[in-house]
Every structure is written in C-alpha cells, then in structure tokens.
Design a protein around this ligand. Structure first.
Ligand code: MTE
Length: 320
C-alpha cells in the first residue's frame, strides 16, 4: 500500500470523509428499508475504497460516532506515533513495512484460569468485526476521528477466565529490532507496555482494533491488533500487541515510568488537568489545517456519560 506523508498529500488526494460518513447513512437507510445485510460489502462498492488495503468482510455497522466526521484516511495513516519505527510523525508510514504481521500470536497469561494464546486469524474469525467511529485525542493536544474496526476487549479477556485476583490488565508490544528498527535506540524502555484497571478493560467502549476505514490495520496504526480506549489519551492505545497479562498489582506502564510527572497511569482525557508543559483544555483536529481554530476538549474526550462512574470519588488531579 502506498502511504503518503501529510506533507506530500495534495488536496485532490484526500479521501473525502464526508463520502465515508454518507456511506454509513446509506447503509442505515438501506437497513431501514430492508435492503440487504447491514455490512460494508455491496454498499461499500458504491464509493471509492479508502486505501486499497485488505477489506474486512461483513463489518457490523454501529451507531458509535454518529454525526462525527472521520479524519481523512491519508492523515489517519500518515501522521502517527509508533516509536518502534522512529519518533517523527511520518516515520511509521515510511518504515513500518518491515513489520511481519503473519503469523502472529497473542499470549494471554497471569491471574486467569485458562492461560494460553490466540492466533490473529482466530481473533478475526471468532470476534465479529464492528465499525465504531471514535475520537483519538493525543496528549500532544491534537486529535483525529477514526472509523475503527474491532470488537470489545472484554469479549477476548473473558475467554481466558480472569480470576478474582486479577485487578489490572497489562499489554505488551512485540520486541524485535530487525522488524522494528526504532528499538535499536533506547528512546523508550522496550517493550512498549500499557495497562488498564480491570473494570476499565471490561468497559464496552474499550476495543481491540483489527482495522480502520473498513480495511485491516495498516502497520503504522498497530497491525495486526491494537488497543483503542477512546476516553484516554492516545498513548494508552498500545499497538501490535503480543502479550496480555492479568496482574494483582498496578503495572509500570511505558510513559508513566519514563516521566511520572508528565504522564499518569490513568491518562484520562481531562481538560482541567494540564500537562506540565502545555494546556490540555483545547486541541487541533489533524487535517483541518494549521490555521484552523482549536476545539475545546471535553471531559473523558466526550465519553463522560458512559465512563465517569468508573472514577466516582477519585481525585483526578492526583490520579491523572
Ligand atoms: N504503541 C506502541 N507500541 N508504540 C508507540 O510509540 N504510541 C502511542 C499509541 N500506541 C505508541 C503506541 C501514542 S503516543 C499514540 S497518540 C497512538 O498510539 C497513536 O495512534 P495512531 O498512530 O494510530 O494515531
């Protein structure tokens, strides 16, 4: 797949996000009239394919993100953070082709009755692919709106039967300097590691994504499987996962360990708690242009109604 960096993208190249959003409207209208299955296949053929990647068959359309305008495919796949391939936003699109995503296995272990592993092909067949349009709000005060394809994280976790001792879930990215040349430099402690409290992990908004824009994930977005936690800053959404462990104690996560004064374990999007070096009260949406106005950031990235209960009684300035 040819991926261009934002600097190389001409306006004429950009996938019209409005066309994509209208495809969803078409699918819903078709469903209401009883025309065909609500899947991306036949109606998807009516509009230009987003990136000529591998289409995911039979995607279940959902109402998540109704009314949100997706960020153009070229930005979602050209402006990335994936330090295993370099620290510039264009590096992952340029270098992540060295990652081999087949075969791919995810080990699940720790405080559970049925530890084991699952191959990515089984993940793709066993867990129905849903499309959910979620905001991704990065700690660096920019954001995107992404039509993710995935399934609830909790559905996969339950299969391994976590015990009552499991208080947290820890995720790890692959370590392989050959495939991920950025790991030759100690810019971070490898493997990239992230974690969630068990109740956060079981929340229906937390998903494991296998694709975006109707296609299998491009490598730079964390193929073949990455986490998406829409009410938290983007760094929680760990990419290219090879291990998931249930633990009793709070895990040391990559950015928290690297700079504990700047990045907390919870990392909930919170306009009232600034990063020590910049405000978190507003953000730019990638693709709207450098001179576009900033948008006010909403508590929990706009998902407060669904997730605020998880943090009732907690001092979110202390547990940031
Ligand atoms: N996962 C790994 N393994 N390595 C990383 O450097 N960066 C994180 C997160 N997941 C990162 C990662 C950060 S800081 C962000 S903002 C999101 O991925 C970006 O996701 P995107 O490139 O798909 O937009």
């Amino acid at each position: 797949m040819l991926i261009k960096k934002p600097a190389d993208i001409m306006p004429s190249d950009i996938t019209d996000p409005g066309v994509y959003a209208r495809r969803r409207e078409f699918l819903k209208a078709a469903a209401a009239l009883g025309i065909g299955a609500v899947a991306s296949g036949p109606a998807g053929a009516l509009v230009k394919a987003a990136g000529q990647g591998t289409p995911i068959p039979g995607i279940i359309e959902t109402r998540y993100g109704d009314g949100l305008e997706p960020t153009a495919f070229e930005y979602v796949t050209g402006y990335n953070n994936f330090y295993e391939f370099g620290t510039d936003k264009g590096d992952p699109a340029e270098h992540a082709h060295t990652l081999k995503t087949r075969p791919w296995h995810i080990v699940v272990d720790g405080e559970c009755e049925a530890p084991g592993e699952i191959g990515i092909e089984d993940v793709l067949t066993d867990f129905p692919a849903e499309e959910r349009i979620y905001r991704l709000r990065c700690v660096e005060a920019w954001a995107m709106v992404v039509p993710w394809v995935g399934f609830p994280l909790g559905d996969l976790l339950k299969r391994f039967k976590p015990t009552s001792k499991a208080q947290y879930v820890v995720f790890e990215t692959l370590v392989d300097e050959e495939q991920m040349p950025g790991q030759r430099r100690a810019v971070l402690d490898w493997p990239y590691r992230e974690g969630l409290r068990m109740d956060e992990a079981m929340h229906p908004l937390a998903i494991l994504a296998t694709g975006l824009y109707g296609e299998l994930l491009p490598n730079q977005n964390g193929a073949p499987l990455r986490l998406v936690v829409p009410w938290k800053y983007g760094f929680k959404s760990i990419k290219s996962i090879v291990r998931i462990s249930f633990t009793r104690t709070i895990p040391e996560t990559t950015w928290w360990r690297r700079a504990p004064g700047e990045y907390g374990f919870y990392a909930n999007v919170n306009p009232q708690v600034d990063h020590p070096r910049w405000s978190q009260a507003s953000h730019r949406v990638i693709g709207e242009g450098l001179f576009s106005s900033k948008h006010p950031t909403l508590m929990f990235n706009g998902y407060a109604e669904q997730v605020a209960d998880l943090y009732r009684g907690m001092d979110l300035k202390k547990f940031f």
